[in-house]
Each structure stands twice: as structure tokens, then as C-alpha cells.
Design a protein around this ligand. Structure first.
Ligand SMILES: [Zn+2]
Length: 393
């Protein structure tokens, strides 16, 4: 094991470093580089690793194994010195979310006795799972308000390492799961947590904490939240959506919900009215079909949907006994309500399949699809002979 100075602990606000390369080894397509000291936080304690560059080469990953910190690079470094540059935006984001999480967990515990069982900090979302079957909107507002009061209070966030005999008397929020000295993150006099993550130096640097939503999760409650710049970005995005909707719906912001509900209601009514009119129209067309010719009725409807063609067939057969054959683009739809009519599914199988048609159906309703228009014409010609349709009307 090599002892490496973990500057991300001692100088968490440091963004650049000139140091020495201790070792470098190839592993698969990558290179594992060990530096004499580092500003890059390795994945751990629920916090993702830092990113940045070493001598201009972008870091892919940082991990710790047996006390050594490995920097994973896509190409080897030359020479023995290293200039490390931290992706500060990412680090600050992680510190804001992580310190915000400590604050949020401490308040849930202090106010309601809910313990935090797990913490997720990812690019997509941040959440904690707390030992509450559910939390009410009132509790949520109370916790969120208190978190932001403590942010405004700008309490110092202290980090230190203690031997077991020293931390035993501390009101630790989490029982340590390992022996030996413990790194403690303290929100001054309010919260004491064993934690290996990087943190802001004062709660004011969290900026803002917003609870987004909660959901039930394995008998607990998952609380989704955002802090700092993420919360501001979320606010900006939501404000933009709101702003667009205000213009689009010509309604002031407080009335947006009411306006959208009214519009959805109107849409439902219009859809219902459209359905009624369509049914009326189909009935009217069926009357025309029956009035203009005798069964079997043949219709060529290039611009009609399959559903509408089927509705029309049903409407015709509701008015009279007979057979309906509809050519619908590459399809042919057949139906009848005759006691002694041909078995249509069988007819399709025997006459259309040999021509390359695909489809089938029951004795009284069938459908067939032809990729080849000539084959479809050949099938229709067969139907003239077999069932007596008249394509010239
Ligand atoms: Zn932590």
C-alpha cells in the first residue's frame, strides 16, 4: 500500500495540483496511474468519483483499492510529473447534493425519528430511503422549510477523524459498520455522521434544497430531492415550461391547472361528438350502398381505414341480408350474414393463399392482404366467378 495525500479531504476546494507520478500500469485498454497526492475523489460512500484531466488526458474513473487511489486513463502519461485539473462543476455538484443529503436525513430523524437507510447520488436524480411508511405533504413542507432555514443559517460543516474511544460519546446518526478510526462529518452541533464523502464547508454553500416527490419503496419512503445548482437548473427548466404554457393557453400561471383540465374535458366532449357523427355518417353511407345495388355489395374505398371499412360492412349487414366485399388499398375485407353464404376464412385460404395473399378469418368475416396488386386483381376476378361480385358498379 502506498500512502497518498488525499487532498480532496484536506483541501476540498482545491481545483489544480502539480505532483509526481508514482506508478503507471496498463490494464486492458486503460492505464492505472498512481499520484503522490491527489485532488480526485474516488467512488465511495455513496458519492460518485471525480472527473478532470491529468496532463490534459481526461480521467475515465477514480477508485480506491487497499488505500491506494488509482486514476484510470485512456492513454499513458509521459515523464514523472503530473498536472491535475479537477472538473470543479461536477465536484461542487456532488458536494452540494451530498451535504444536502446529510442535512435532509438529519432533519427527518430529528423531527420524526425516521432513519435514512440508503442514499443515491447519480447524474439523473438524488434520493434517500427513510424508515417511514409514508410522509404527508405537511411533513414534507416542514422538513424542506427547516432544511432551507439551516442553509440560510450557514452552519459550519466540519470533518475530522476520531478513534473509537472518542466517537463513542457522540450522537452519531448512523452506526459505523467497521472498526477503527472513523471520519466524521458534522453539521455543527446538529448532525454527526460517519462519512467518507466530500462536503461543502458551510451549509450556505448547499444553496437551496428542494424535495421533488416521494414514493413508497420496500416498506419505506423514497424521497427525491435536489440541491444547489441542480435545484436552480430544475427551477429554470420548470419556469420555462410554465412560461410557454402561459402563452400557449393564454391563462395566468395560477390558473394553468384549471385551464388544462377544462381543455382536456372539452377534448373528451369533442371526441365523443366526433364518434357520434362518424357513426351517423357510416349509417348514412350504408343506406346509400344498400339503396344503390343488390348483394353482394362491392366497394373500392382507397382512403378509408380498416376500422371504418369494418364498421361500414357491419352497418350494411345490419340493414339487409347479404355479402359485403371491400377493396381497401392492398387489402380485401369480406363479410356476410347469409345462412347459406360461403365460408369466408376457408375461401381466403383456398383462393387467396395460392396467389400470395396473407390473411384469414371466420366463416362470416375475413381479411386478406396482397403485396402484389396483380395478385389482388386475380383474387377479385375469382370472387366475381365464385360469389358474383360486380366490380363495374
Ligand atoms: Zn455522507
Amino acid at each position: 500500500m502506498i500512502t497518498i495525500s488525499k487532498l480532496y479531504y484536506t483541501q476540498p476546494w482545491r481545483r489544480e495540483l502539480n505532483t509526481e507520478i508514482i506508478s503507471q500500469q496498463q490494464k486492458g485498454d486503460h492505464y492505472l496511474v498512481v499520484l503522490a497526492e491527489t485532488i480526485f475523489y474516488p467512488t465511495g460512500g455513496g458519492q460518485p468519483h471525480d472527473l478532470g484531466t491529468i496532463n490534459g488526458v481526461p480521467l475515465l474513473d477514480v477508485f480506491e483499492a487497499e488505500g491506494t487511489i488509482y486514476h484510470v486513463l485512456p492513454e499513458p502519461l509521459s515523464g514523472t510529473s503530473a498536472t491535475a485539473v479537477l472538473d470543479w462543476e461536477r465536484r461542487l455538484d456532488h458536494m452540494q447534493q451530498h451535504s444536502g443529503q446529510h442535512l435532509l436525513s438529519a432533519i427527518f430523524q430529528d423531527e420524526y425519528g425516521y432513519r435514512t437507510e440508503s442514499f443515491h447520488l447519480g447524474a439523473e436524480y438524488c434520493s434517500i430511503d427513510i424508515t417511514a411508511a409514508s410522509i404527508s405533504p405537511k411533513e414534507q413542507v416542514k422538513v424542506e422549510r427547516r432544511a432551507n432555514e439551516l442553509i440560510l443559517g450557514d452552519l459550519p460543516v466540519l470533518t475530522y477523524t476520531l478513534e473509537p474511544d472518542r466517537f463513542q460519546h457522540l450522537p452519531l446518526r448512523k452506526i459505523p459498520d467497521r472498526e477503527g478510526p472513523l471520519r466524521i462529518v458534522e453539521i455543527q452541533a446538529f448532525d454527526f455522521s460517519p462519512c467518507s464523502g466530500t462536503h461543502v464547508e458551510r451549509t450556505g454553500q448547499i444553496g437551496l434544497l428542494k424535495i421533488l416527490r416521494t414514493e413508497k419503496y420496500k416498506g419505506m419512503t423514497r424521497v427525491y430531492f435536489l440541491c444547489g445548482n441542480r435545484a436552480l437548473e430544475d427551477y429554470r427548466r420548470k419556469h420555462e415550461i410554465c412560461f410557454d404554457l402561459v402563452a400557449l393557453l393564454a391563462a395566468p400561471e395560477p390558473e394553468l391547472g384549471q385551464k388544462i383540465r377544462a381543455e382536456l374535458e372539452r377534448k373528451k366532449e369533442l371526441e365523443k361528438r366526433l364518434e357520434d357523427l362518424k357513426a351517423e355518417l357510416i349509417h348514412f353511407r350504408a343506406q346509400q350502398v344498400v339503396g344503390a345495388a343488390a348483394s353482394p355489395y362491392y366497394l373500392d374505398l382507397p382512403d378509408t381505414s380498416v376500422e371504418e371499412a369494418q364498421q361500414l360492412s357491419r352497418a350494411v349487414l345490419a340493414l339487409t341480408q347479404g355479402m359485403v366485399v371491400i377493396k381497401l388499398g392492398e387489402r380485401v375485407i369480406l363479410s356476410h350474414n347469409l345462412a347459406d353464404g360461403p365460408a369466408l376464412g376457408q375461401l381466403v385460404k383456398e383462393k387467396a393463399h395460392p396467389l400470395g395473399g396473407r390473411g384469414g378469418g371466420s366463416p362470416t368475416a375475413a381479411q386478406v392482404y396482397f403485396a402484389d396488386p396483380d395478385a389482388q386483381q386475380a383474387f377479385l376476378a375469382l370472387l366475381e366467378e365464385e360469389v358474383g361480385i360486380n366490380r363495374s358498379v
